[in-house]
Write a protein that binds this ligand. Sequence first.
Ligand SMILES: NC(=O)c1ccc[n+]([C@@H]2O[C@H](COP(=O)([O-])OP(=O)(O)OC[C@H]3O[C@@H](n4cnc5c(N)ncnc54)[C@H](O)[C@@H]3O)[C@@H](O)[C@H]2O)c1
Length: 259
Amino acid sequence: MQNYYTSKVILITGGAQGIGRGMAQAFSRVGAQVILTDLDPEAGEDALTWLDSQYLKADFLPCDVSKKEQVKGIMQQIEQKYGQLDVLINNAGIASPARKPLAELPVAEFDQVLSVNLRGPFLCAKYALPLLEKTLHPAILNITSTRAFMSEPDTFGYSASKGGLEALTHSLAVSLGPKVRVNAISPGWIETGLWQKEGRKTEPHHSQEDKDQHPVGRVGTPEDIAEAALFLCSDKAGFITGQSLVIDGGMTVKMIYHE
Ligand SMILES: NC(=O)c1ccc[n+]([C@@H]2O[C@H](COP(=O)([O-])OP(=O)(O)OC[C@H]3O[C@@H](n4cnc5c(N)ncnc54)[C@H](O)[C@@H]3O)[C@@H](O)[C@H]2O)c1
């Protein structure tokens, strides 16, 4: 991977914290030019300082991915500075502020989740496309969720948005091929407490029951997602498009009976 990524430009949305921060570290380690974009400028600066402390470099561009003009703006800045984009990772995502029964859920909250989690990736793909098409093996990676396929009660917007993003993945793959490959990673429970900005960091604590829900015996980490992202966005995955890789430690294949 080291040689493959040294001349590549990678944009990671929501890259300042959590899984996005983990992917920024991984792509930067293999020599890629990483650009983070995030709604939270303080988290963006914190991420750059954190990467710098490991002798890793990245750029930060503030942006709300649900806003068309802001997305167009960062693509213009990338064009001016780098002239191309090799990989777009649509990672930015939000859950509803609180789970609410259907009757009590404000329509605006449902719309907001769809706007970030589904409209955002659509806008980023649309306005990144001219830059992606300038490169040899461009790729888009969408970060969905196992909640696209199964739900807890009262998670309407999040589940619907992630199901939509799964469908957008194959729709983009058949539309943008053969030039651009488009895949998804569908994470399960990923612990991101230590991957947040200062002041938002939390020390992970998982009970034995939490661990036992996973056939691999533990909760996931941002590194688990980043390793697969490195592969899926490289030409080693050149025959893979329109696919979604579930990375959940086996949680969604485990049946649970209470007798
Ligand atoms: N952590 C998990 O267990 C888990 C599981 C399944 C899927 N996911 C998905 O992975 C992705 C990352 O999740 P995470 O847990 O790392 O979240 P996180 O909250 O730790 O990080 C998300 C980042 O996205 C940024 N962001 C939020 N709204 C934005 C917007 N409108 N524009 C730009 N940036 C925005 C936030 O500021 C934050 O820095 C999300 O799409 C999430 O749905 C996470």
